[in-house]
Design a protein around this ligand. Structure first.
Ligand SMILES: Cc1cc2nc3c(=O)[nH]c(=O)nc-3n(C[C@H](O)[C@H](O)[C@H](O)COP(=O)(O)O)c2cc1C
Length: 457
């Protein structure tokens, strides 16, 4: 049965993207990432086209100066990186429906400050903000920047658990609905009996006090998650309303989605209460030959060294130092594990060799899937991928900004709409409604956060 896809635009506030070297293309405006007009004009374009949301990746884990890949990452625009949360209100002011999701790490941010900033943005965007919850990529460099020892991978997920519990309490329990009275005649701004201290005594975070920001349209921003290691999938099953996954082999993607849906049911959540968005590149043109030529041009900028450098930043593994004819084997990393598991094989698929991983990363990047062809061919590829994986939509990777999106809007959207795969406009006014339908502004009853909700007065 055909249903409309959830469609997000993947961006980071950086000059380089997930297609290595594509910033060098003369038509790529990504290096304007520090110009507010760049974001406002992109936001307006995406809003008018009817995309569900603009997604910002973000991390403190920049390349390390004493890393042997440092020069490659710097030359290839793997840095700078600015803070995308700061540009959200400018984009929101210029748009009316477009959701905006920003990644923030539970390892780096404190719940008290993070909840305050997202609650403020939920007001300023009129309910269109989302938080992509991660435990953080590039942890070795991030820990060094903060002057801390690197926290082991699984413990970072224990911190995430404590973080989200406190964050949900702050958003859901601090204020009753109806607390703001704004009674000028009586001189009462808000009803003191409707504001409550929350008490949290967790293993990593403690708090006695309340969130100073009154309840916003969504109260809790839409909760997304990225990271598909075992603990990552479990965290997603418990808390995520949308999961962002790398693409690649359809069987592997399908297994991750099925596993998270199954775990969600064990946590008392319906299997369809989580939307799965796969990171995919789309290269389309009026004819398949032209699209393939564009693909060839894109690959001409991408080197094995760039791919290896990106892989090392995320996983801590130096593929160039390993035997290219052999699989990774039992390599253990305390950094991101999704990038290792993606190539570990399963279900009759053998593990990839180091050489194959390098070539896959060079060609397809961190997110793994590229669909190439004329609009009808790409729409067929989309339908097949959705059928094979059970995904709900895509995070669309840029090759050229805004060229990739212009092609998508002008060529693919009419084809998708004619097949019932894309709405004219997202549903409702808030981001949560875009994904789950009109009227669903707040967390659903079965979500762990909703069980903390104060009664509506
Ligand atoms: C497709 C995808 C995109 C991600 N984007 C980010 C990001 O923007 N920032 C970040 O810190 N982590 C990001 N991560 C998540 C980190 O890899 C993750 O939080 C953590 O480092 C390790 O999780 P894992 O071992 O479960 O992969 C992403 C993960 C995936 C699979």
């Amino acid at each position: 049965m055909t249903k409309p896809l959830t469609l997000a635009i993947f961006q980071s506030m950086m000059p380089g993207g997930t297609a290595y070297g594509s910033w060098r293309h003369p038509e790529n405006t990504a290096p304007d990432y520090l110009d507010v007009d760049h974001w406002v004009s992109l936001g307006k374009k995406l809003d008018a086209a009817g995309f569900d949301f603009l997604f910002f990746a973000d991390a403190y884990g920049s390349p390390d100066t004493d890393d042997r890949f440092f020069d490659i990452r710097i030359k290839d625009a793997g840095i700078g990186a600015a803070d995308p949360l700061v540009v959200v209100s400018a984009i929101a002011a210029a748009t009316s429906k477009l959701g905006i999701v920003v990644t923030a790490s539970t390892t780096t941010e404190k719940p008290q400050s993070l909840t305050r900033r997202y609650a403020t943005l939920d007001h300023l965007t009129k309910g269109r903000i989302g938080w992509n919850i991660v435990t953080g990529s590039g942890q070795a460099a991030s820990a060094r920047l903060f002057g801390e020892a690197m926290i082991p991978h699984d413990e970072r997920y224990l911190i995430a658990e404590d973080h989200i519990q406190l964050s949900l309490k702050l958003w859901e329990q601090s204020w009753d609905d109806g607390a703001i009275l704004l009674d000028r005649a009586a001189g009462v701004y808000a009803d003191p009996s409707k504001i409550h201290d929350i008490h949290h005594d967790g293993p990593y975070f403690k708090a006695d006090g309340f969130l100073t920001v009154p309840p916003s349209p969504q109260r809790t921003p839409l909760l997304l998650q990225a990271g598909t290691s075992g603990p990552g999938r479990d965290f997603a099953a418990k808390y995520a309303e949308a999961v962002f996954l790398a693409g690649g082999d359809a069987k592997h993607v399908a297994a991750n989605i099925a596993d998270i849906r199954e775990r969600a049911e064990r946590y008392g959540r319906p299997a369809d209460s989580i939307k799965f968005l796969v990171g995919v590149g789309f290269i389309t043109a009026p004819t398949t030959e032209e699209a393939q030529a564009k693909r060839g041009e894109m690959l001409s900028f991408s080197t094995v060294e760039s791919a290896a450098a990106f892989y090392a930043t995320l996983t801590g593994i130096d593929l160039l130092a390993l035997d290219r004819t052999k699989p990774l084997g039992d390599v253990k990393t305390e950094q991101g594990q999704s990038g290792v598991e993606r190539f570990s094989g399963a279900d009759g698929v053998p593990p990839a060799t180091v050489g194959e991983i390098l070539e896959d990363y060079r060609r397809n990047g961190v997110n793994g899937s590229i669909f190439v062809g004329d609009p009808s061919t790409v729409a067929d590829q989309i339908e097949e991928f959705i059928e094979l994986t059970g995904a709900d939509g895509f995070a669309i990777q840029p090759y050229l900004v805004p060229g990739t999106y212009d092609d998508f809007i002008e060529l693919l959207i009419p084809e998708l709409r004619s097949r019932g795969l894309m709405r004219e406009q997202p549903e409702g006014s808030t981001l949560r409604e875009h994904l789950f339908g009109e009227g669903r502004k707040r967390l659903p009853r079965e979500h762990a956060g909703a069980q903390l909700q104060t009664p509506v007065s």
